[in-house]
Write a protein of this length. Structure first.
Length: 79
């Protein structure tokens, strides 16, 4: 909520988000994976709600890598 409120105060609109769990079919990841660069290219920032194992999971690291490769700035990543 705090992040959302700060976003609304700065941009005077609700944030638009890509939620990988909802946008990537978890039962058919292989079919959805080619869409990941398209999804992340449309993102201005990357917010990861993470636990202690986040950076140890390859899928999470791949998402960060693709975000950066698609033009995302390291300063736009919030972990």
């Amino acid at each position: 909520q705090e992040w959302r409120e700060a976003f609304k105060a700065a941009f005077r609109r609700e944030p638009k988000i890509f939620l990988d769990k909802a946008c990537i079919d978890q039962s058919a990841i292989e079919q959805s994976l080619p869409c990941l660069p398209v999804f992340l290219a449309g993102c201005n920032s990357f917010l990861a709600l993470k636990g202690p194992s986040y950076l140890g999971r390859i899928w999470c690291v791949v998402e960060l890598y693709v975000f950066l490769e698609m033009g995302g700035a390291p300063s736009s990543i919030t972990l």
